[in-house]
Design a binder for this molecule. Structure first.
Ligand code: ADP
Ligand code: MG
Length: 546
């Protein structure tokens, strides 16, 4: 086709653009960060493609991002010699909500958040943020390996147009026709400052009139001591499309059989896709500075999928496909090393900053506990850094602290599971334990039911559900002097008649009716037999139709 075609933005993009254009957003300058970030991604992508197809880029070692301001024409352009886009790419990516961060932004808007303006800053809206400063935007682009180039143009008011363009080399130029009130972004000093602030970590040179503005060295290759917190935050935002601050930063270099550098971040708030079914990892893999993939299977265990950042190794093969890399034994070695590093760092944090650690735990504990099932070889280390609610006090506890507090004669770790943390804390099953001052773990994550099937004891004490089977409360010397009756002893209380009456009434609905010490206030509670399924697990499985 040679004619100009006009398309409507996807409804969500339209909504987004209304918000973007209408907002008096104080932090508008981030549009440049977003465009440079896209240009850098495009160079990364082409560099990867040239590994298998060197003819794609003639100057594969000269990737760069060029900025040019024209004060007369009131345009600012951001150019790259990266992968470029063809007609279909343009339709797919610059007309829809292709990026997850933007989707999350709209989700948050739908959830009725009022601070719209603040939200843009929190999430960033990628390419569309150009419309915060521009009346209209042109994108002139040509995909590597293709002959035809294209011009995409829009004023951000519901429609965009695509027509054949004129571009001799592959890559993309984004031209912003600046709004009247955004002329400041055409000033050299302003541009220089913005690039230094937000884009210094970009590993390709960012040039303004041929003058480099950034350091252009990959941040993970720098001396860890020389990278500032702000630089980490910017890099974290760029590399993970996140907009919070890293809670924990782990920057390490390992020399040896499989040498590698890792720069990993634990976010300070939970990412939106944490519970997606794919359980994708988000740590980028580089081989010798060359970007390989966004989410490499086999690099990070799924229970650490909250991690962000990059891993770069010179001991992986550059010349194999992403799929083949996944089964490289060297990759498995890196994975093990990283996993131990992360768990070790968490352990330190848990010891040194228990408060902060409980926030981390609130965000990611439920995911992390999947490791108890997935990674038997590291089970003990994982268990060590797990934290649990309990009846002890409002704070989270480790298992060793629980064991330390356990009463004389207590050889079990008691727990109760359920979906609702508040409800289980009120459960009648706990009454007898509370009366004796015997601590019970309150487990309300789905995964708890499952790891408890794999792990039966800790430091010699067996895990025991308080909703299941007889308890040995009598053997435990509690806070009060309990009498010597065992669970099954209904002596002298006139209970036998009552129990008989209840059994008559309930008939087949229950297996047995027994007197118990576990209750103090409530008259009755349901329990499962030792060999039977835990009450909560039974309910969970029923929910899942099993
Ligand atoms: P994100 O970068 O998070 O994917 P953006 O809104 O910033 O989201 O960009 C959307 C998509 O548009 C990108 O994923 C990419 O496919 C495409 N794109 C944007 N800018 C460029 C560019 N300079 N070169 C090639 N593709 C680009
Ligand atoms: Mg982007």
């Amino acid at each position: 086709t040679n004619a100009k075609e006009t398309f409507s933005f996807q409804t969500e993009v339209g909504q987004l653009l209304d918000i973007v254009a209408g907002s008096l957003y104080s932090n508008r300058e981030i549009f440049l960060r977003e465009l440079i970030s896209n240009a850098s991604d495009a160079c990364d992508k082409l560099r990867y493609e040239t590994l298998t197809n060197p003819s794609l880029a003639k100057n594969a070692d000269q990737f760069a991002v060029l900025l040019a301001a024209d004060e007369k024409a009131k345009t600012l352009s951001v150019s790259d010699n990266g992968i470029g886009m063809n007609h279909d790419d343009l339709l797919e990516t610059l007309g829809t909500i292709a990026r997850s961060g933007t989707g999350a932004f709209l989700e948050a808007l739908k959830e009725g958040e009022k601070g719209e303006v603040g939200l843009i800053g929190q999430f960033g809206v990628g390419f569309y943020s150009a419309f915060m400063v521009a009346d209209s935007v042109d994108v002139l682009t040509r995909k590597a390996g293709e002959e035809q180039s294209w011009l995409w143009a829009s004023d951000g008011k519901g429609q965009f147009a695509i027509e054949p363009g004129n571009r001799t080399e592959c890559g993309t130029t984004v031209i912003l026709h600046m709004k009247k009130d955004a002329k400041e972004f055409l000033e050299e000093a302003r541009i220089r400052h913005i690039v230094k602030t937000y884009s210094d970590h970009i590993s390709f040179p960012v040039l303004l009139d041929a003058e480099p503005l950034n350091s252009a060295s990959a941040i993970w290759t720098r001396n860890p001591k020389e990278v500032t917190d702000d630089q980490h935050t910017e890099f974290y935002h760029h590399t993970s499309h996140a907009f919070d601050k890293p809670w924990l930063t782990l920057h390490n270099r390992v020399e040896g059989m499989v040498s590698h550098t890792s720069l990993l971040y634990v976010p300070s708030s939970a990412p939106f896709d944490l519970y997606d079914a794919e359980r994708k990892s988000h740590v980028k893999l580089y081989v010798n500075r060359v970007f390989i993939s966004e989410n490499t299977k086999g690099l990070i265990p799924t229970y650490l999928r909250f991690l962000r950042g990059v891993v770069d190794s010179e001991d992986l093969s550059l010349n194999v496909s992403r799929e083949m890399l996944q089964s490289d034994p060297a990759l498995a070695k890196i994975k093990t090393a990283l996993t131990k590093k992360v768990i070790g760092a968490l352990k330190k944090k848990a010891q040194k900053a228990a408060d902060e650690y409980s926030t981390f735990w609130g965000n990611f504990g439920a995911v992390f506990k999947e490791g108890l099932i997935e990674d038997p070889s590291l089970r003990d280390r994982i268990l060590e850094v797990c934290r649990f609610s309990s009846t002890h006090n409002g704070e989270l506890t480790s298992l060793s602290d629980y064991v330390e507090r356990s009463k004389e004669g207590q050889d079990e770790i008691y727990y109760i599971t359920g979906e609702d943390a508040k409800k289980i804390a009120q459960s009648p099953h706990l009454e007898g334990f509370k009366a004796k001052g015997v601590e019970v773990l309150l487990l309300s994550d789905h995964v708890d039911e499952f790891w408890l099937q794999h792990i039966t004891e800790f430091e010699g004490k067996k895990f025991k559900s308080v909703t299941r089977g007889a308890t040995n409360l009598d053997k435990i010397s509690g806070d009060e002097n309990a009498d010597d009756d065992s669970d099954d002893d209904a002596s002298s209380m006139g209970l036998n008649e009552l129990i008989a009456a209840i059994k008559m009434e309930l008939g087949e609905a229950v297996k047995d009716v027994r007197p118990s010490k576990r209750l103090t206030d409530s008259p009755v509670c349901l329990i499962a037999d030792d060999g039977d399924m835990d009450v909560n697990l039974e309910r969970l499985l029923k929910q899942h139709g099993q």
